[in-house]
Design a protein around this ligand. Structure first.
Ligand code: DCP
Ligand code: MG
Length: 438
């Protein structure tokens, strides 16, 4: 048997939240179901069943618009606990096929079945069996893509939606792939797609053929990555849990020493925001926050606080950091440097996302996605703006600092294209950008 090439499966659940609702309430099967909020509510669509998609309802659309497009749909609020439970069951199931499972999101996972083929047969047979098991165990449908790398496997899953099994191999790169719109490539977002269109490049084939110099002139160092995507070159090994850092943090040295309390607080909030985001990127939720202050005299002080509860969100880290800054009683002294470090990682943030505090973490993850896509200036934590103090942070060290309500502000010049979704609430438009430089 030919087993040298890697065989990856990309599993993406179909209409995940809506499908979970339909699975536990059989009377909803076959009906248009919209998850995201009650009829008349101000939320946005998290997802909807394919029956609702036939009427033009889409993720991130305001509920009101969905009602207009499909008044007969059943509108349901988000029940993250139920979706998290389904997610856990699914991951367990995937692990019976291979121990090489990489969880990509709440409804997507990659499975390396290279070594499973001797036991379970060719990848397509494994995929078919997995679809049956998912259906039997959870009553859910999924699409599965097979490929030699993560890029082609995901694309194959995308093309097989809903309910199908797709396969893309090296041979398809010069074949089927060429006719696809460039926007189908995972990694080519709407902005890049538009810039490519301006160059007359609308299909993957065009992106393969265009002289590299043309691409480099338009995209600089991004040109290489685009070319890699066009030729379906992606990572072939799944991400094993990376060695977790013991701490992550950010600090900033002011260009001129500062003794203005408001500037210090705002800078601290920005640093806390970045530290929390870094921890989440590693899948970690910290229990300890440390604030470091270096005065103009170069005398440096730190203060740390450990909370029994994980500080999974930027507002929680910011509240704790602001409390520590208060305790340090900087007063009128001039400050040269400020830093925030988070540590004591006891639980994976992803666990938290799914079981506890999911709303805040989902919001934070949505902000991370905006940052990744539009840069870190696009949205910023506004918890420290206007002199607002993190309530509870200074007074409840061991029982876990109270969290100020999540409040994010769009950064100056932001294209304002944040996609609302599961965590669309809590975004506040327009505020001052924070001055921190690190
Ligand atoms: N989700 C959300 N808000 C978004 C995007 C997604 O709340 N902006 C949630 C609801 C989805 C789930 O995440 O059910 C998975 O997202 P997908 O993009 O995979 O969408 P679906 O699984 O709903 O549909 P598809 O069949 O297209 O994968
Ligand atoms: Mg899905």
């Amino acid at each position: 048997m030919f087993v040298s090439q890697r065989a990856l499966l990309h599993v993406d659940m179909d209409a995940f939240f809506a499908a979970v609702e339909q699975a536990r309430r059989p009377e909803l099967r076959g009906l248009p179901v919209v998850v995201g909020g009650e009829r008349g509510g101000r939320g946005v669509v998290s997802t909807c069943s394919y029956e609702a998609r036939a009427f033009g309802v889409r993720t991130a659309m305001p509920i009101g618009q969905a009602v207009r497009l499909c008044p007969q749909a059943v509108f349901l609020p988000v029940d993250m606990k139920a979706y998290a439970a389904a997610h856990h069951r699914l991951v367990e199931l995937f692990r019976t096929v291979t121990d090489l499972v990489e969880v990509v999101s709440i409804d997507e996972a990659r499975l390396d079945v290279t070594g499973s083929r001797l036991l379970f047969g060719p990848p397509r047979a494994i995929a078919r069996r997995l679809q049956e098991q998912v259906h039997d165990a959870c009553g859910l449908g999924c699409s599965i893509g097979i490929g030699p790398n993560v890029l082609l496997a995901k694309l194959a899953a995308e093309l097989a939606k809903p309910g199908g099994i797709g396969e893309l191999g090296e041979a398809d790169v010069r074949g089927r792939l060429r006719d696809l719109p460039v926007g189908e490539l995972h990694g080519v977002g709407p902005a890049t797609e538009e810039r490519l269109a301006a160059l007359g490049l609308t299909t993957v084939g065009m992106l393969q053929d265009v002289p590299f110099a043309v691409l480099a002139a338009a995209f600089g160092r991004g040109a290489h990555g685009l070319r890699q995507l066009a030729f379906g070159r992606g990572v072939t090994t799944l991400r094993r849990a990376p060695a977790a850092p013991k701490s992550v943090g950010h600090e900033t040295t002011f260009s001129e020493d500062v003794n203005d309390a408001e500037t210090l607080r705002r800078t601290l909030v920005a640093l806390a925001d970045r530290a929390a985001a870094d921890a989440r990127r590693h899948g970690l939720a910290p229990h300890t926050v440390t604030v470091k202050v270096r005065f103009s005299t170069f005398h440096t002080v730190t203060r740390r606080r450990t909370s029994a509860r994980p500080l999974a969100t930027a507002p929680a880290v910011a509240a704790a950091a602001l409390g520590l800054l208060d305790e340090l009683a900087v007063g009128a002294r001039w400050v040269r440097l400020l830093g925030v470090v988070v540590s004591s990682f006891r639980h994976g943030a992803s666990q938290l996302t799914l079981d506890d505090g999911w709303r805040e973490v989902a919001l934070a993850e949505a902000v991370d996605r905006v940052h990744r896509r539009y840069g870190s200036g696009a949205l910023r934590l506004a918890g420290g703006l206007g002199g607002r103090r993190g309530p509870g942070a200074a007074t409840a060290p061991e029982s876990g600092p109270g969290e100020p309500p999540p409040l994010f502000a769009r950064g100056a010049g932001d294209p304002a294209t944040a996609r609302p979704g599961v965590a669309g609430r809590g975004f506040a438009a327009a505020s001052r950008a924070l001055p921190a430089r690190t």
